[in-house]
Design a protein around this ligand. Structure first.
Ligand code: MOS
Length: 732
């Protein structure tokens, strides 16, 4: 049979994208469409004392202005009990700079923008809390993360761990506020028909958005349709529901016309979350031989004034190494900003910067190779639960990575490789990310006209979901990929989870596969039961499918096409839907990886250039090596940005974000990115989910910043524990 899963199939939506045919949310055109511009608070804390809309309301094109003075009461703006509720025109209180204080709706975007600029707002200002120093005086130790994970974890005997340690390393690692910066800004177009609302929305979760919006407007969920067919990146900032989506729905209700709101790049810095800054205190105790006796990871993280979203920095430390005595804890401080949110491996990305930097420091202190130290503490079972891994090939990642990189040629002493004015260094780190999946459904329709449509309300953030799901369905149905059309991103389609937490493929592909197999079996059984079929009364195990036909394995010419079967039955379509359930709880499933990096550091200027990168991953079955490789490169590029450039700068007095644009918030460009070599260790995991996939959405950003910091230390002898690794820190 024609194997398609595991092949480097080109993106099935590639042509649509390069020709501009793919309709992104901001491109949606509806009849009678009008445009909204959000009025944003210019102070970070206080209250609105007066809003003057008169001049704006009488400006050409302006249709309506909604503020706290005329906004109806929303039913409930607490969407994610684990840490997100939105202050939205319900009272006069201001919690952050950029908080929406109203929306101006006009015939054109320019008129809405101009109208918004003319709304006069008077404030009563209170001194905002912006800095760490201020936040640390009024925070607390949280009990739960996201409302359900325990925030404090203790294992073993910490005193014993300290006593047994022959060396103890204690360090503080810090990461700054970071923003997602997807190329496509967030946008919503809302339209009502009676009491039914349709939202075209840049969301990573049509069903979670449907639920939130239904709750907000007090509607039954089925009255809210959410559509999100193409996304230009998300990285987590499109996972939860943010004010613009609600305001678009509200505005459309108010003016009785479809309303579009597209955030500006500047608004993206206050409109849809960020990664909270962290201060992580790592304590590692070890024997001289390099066995961990103690691991403490205390994270101070910041959140917004209103909410409790916690950047879960300690997650990876809980499962990464076999250390008997462990403590993970948090302190949550509050500042006057919008609420932080999930961003690119939330928890693992900053957490593994700290842990994997600390492991490198420990390796130098013990004069051990960094890989050897990790092997000494290799977790043979999940240390957090004692459960066996469903599979774990991290060791193979270390070995393959060192071979590809040439690690054995690395001199152990820092500052011993150079090239002219450059100091050269090599560093490595581990990577890990949970391999989760959850319930998802998929539908397969085989039409008598030859069309095959496969549906599930998942998303493609630009990563390849359209392509992967098409491959999975095509192989099971015995069709070429060009014969299968996969549809996603619409609450009218079968249920699928939010596209986040690296679990889209692991959740949705099993459902697509199962639905396709059910459809295939239905075709076979129709054939063998019909006296006019050439396969009448043949046993199903003697039958195969390929190229749109069912046929006898022994004699492929004896068979018939899917269309022939359906036409004979007088059916215009064969339609099946399947749901695949949740994961086995008997195993712990993670994807693992190893990062190897070379840096060149300009010894005069302190500029760091990453010159070589090897990333090796054990992430279960890889459904498409080409899209998978691209996805890993994308994560590494994000990691290089995190390591060397990314940092949101807030004015400590006003709470204003000072670098809220692509000129000042630095992200890597082509010139910053070296040749990247990606390798996957083949894994056959029968337990993780029916497809054997582990998810590759986030693992490749994990550990990147540590590997780079470790390489910088190896090059220069200078340890930097504060991201990003900018020249001032290196020279200072
Ligand atoms: Mo991702 S940060 O789970 O969207």
């Amino acid at each position: 049979m024609n194997k398609i899963i595991g092949k480097s199939v080109n993106r099935v939506d590639g042509r649509l994208k390069v020709t501009g045919e793919a309709t992104y949310t901001g491109d949606i055109k509806l009849e009678n469409l009008v445009y909204g511009r959000i009025i944003q608070s210019r102070i970070a804390r206080g209250r609105v004392s007066q809003i003057d809309t008169e001049i704006a309301a009488n400006t050409p094109g302006v249709i309506a202005i909604i503020t706290q003075n005329n906004c109806p009461k929303f039913n409930n703006l607490n969407f994610f009990p684990g840490g997100q509720s939105l202050p939205l025109l319900q009272d006069d209180q201001i919690y952050y700079l950029g908080q929406p204080l109203g929306v101006v709706i006009a015939e054109t975007q320019e008129q809405a923008n101009y109208g918004a600029s003319l709304v006069g707002i008077k404030y009563e200002q209170t001194k905002p809390t912006i800095t760490w120093e201020e936040a640390l005086t009024q925070g607390h130790e949280p009990e739960k993360i996201f409302g359900f994970l325990p925030a404090k974890i203790t294992r073993g005997d910490l005193e014993l761990g300290e006593k047994e340690a022959e060396i103890i390393l204690e360090q503080l690692y810090t990461t700054p506020m970071e923003h997602h910066n997807p190329l496509e800004p967030s946008a919503t177009t809302a339209t009502w028909e009676g009491d039914k609302l349709t939202l075209y929305d840049t969301t990573q979760g049509v069903f979670s958005t449907q639920k939130a919006i239904a709750q907000c407007f007090n509607l039954p969920p089925e009255n809210v349709r959410v559509v999100s067919q193409f996304l230009g990146g998300g990285f987590g900032c499109k996972a939860l529901v943010w004010p613009h989506t609600i305001l678009a729905g509200l505005a459309a209700l108010y003016v009785k016309r479809p309303v579009k709101i597209v955030l500006t790049r500047k608004e993206m810095y206050t409109g849809c979350g960020y990664r909270a800054p962290t201060r992580q205190y790592l304590t590692l105790g070890a024997t001289k031989g390099g066995n961990l006796t103690l691991l403490k990871h205390h994270s101070k993280v910041l959140t917004s004034w209103l909410d409790n979203f916690i950047e879960p920095c300690g997650l990876a430390s809980n499962t990464m190494y076999a250390c008997p005595n462990l403590e993970i804890s948090y302190y949550l401080g509050k500042i006057n900003t919008t609420t932080p949110t999930f961003m690119r491996a939330p928890g693992e990305a900053p957490g593994m910067f700290a842990l994997e930097s600390a492991m490198d420091e420990l390796a130098y202190a013990l004069e051990l190779d960094p890989i050897q130290l990790r092997l000494n503490n290799y977790a043979q079972v999940d240390p957090s639960t004692g459960k066996p891994w469903s599979s774990k090939s991290l060791e193979a990642c270390y070995y393959k990575g060192s071979e590809l990189f040439g690690w054995e040629k690395r001199p152990s002493t820092p500052r011993s490789m150079g090239n002219g004015n450059y100091l050269v260094g090599w560093g490595m780190s581990s990577a890990a990310f949970p391999a989760n999946s959850t319930q998802a459904s998929a539908k397969v329709k085989i039409l008598t006209n030859g069309e095959v449509i496969v549906q599930s309300a998942t998303h493609d953030l630009g990563t390849g979901t359209y392509t992967i799901m098409t491959q999975v369905a095509a192989e099971a149905l015995g069709l070429g990929v060009e014969k299968v059309k996969f549809q996603l991103g619409d609450t009218n389609l079968p249920n699928a989870p939010l596209t986040g937490n690296s679990m889209t493929t692991s959740s949705v592909a099993p459902a697509v596969h199962k639905a396709a197999l059910t459809a295939r079996n239905a075709l076979i059984s129709k054939a063998i039961q019909h006296p006019n079929s050439p396969l009448y009364q043949v046993s199903p195990e003697n039958i195969d499918v390929d190229l749109g036909r069912v046929f006898l394995k022994q004699n492929p010419t004896r068979g018939e096409t899917y269309q022939e079967i359906l036409t004979r039955q007088g059916e215009s379509v064969l339609e099946v839907e399947e749901t695949v359930g949740t994961q086995s709880q008997n195993y712990s499933s993670h994807a693992f990886g190893a990062n190897f990096v070379e840096v060149w550091v300009d010894s005069d200027l302190g500029l760091i250039q990453v010159t070589r990168y090897v990333g090796v991953y054990a992430a279960g079955r890889i459904l498409n090596p080409k899209t998978a490789r691209s996805q890993m490169i994308g994560g590494i590029v994000g990691g290089i940005g995190m390591a060397l450039m990314e940092e949101t700068v807030i004015d400590r007095y006003s709470g204003s974000i000072l670098n809220n644009n692509f000129s000042d918030y630095l992200v890597p460009v082509n010139g910053d990115i070296p040749p990247i070599e990606i390798e996957f260790i083949p894994e056959n995991d029968p337990y993780v989910n029916p497809m054997g996939t582990k998810g590759i959405g986030e693992i490749s950003i994990v550990g990147v910043a540590a590997a780079i910091a470790n390489a910088v230390y190896h090059a220069t002898g200078k340890r930097i524990r504060d991201l990003p690794l900018t020249p001032d820190k290196l020279l200072g």
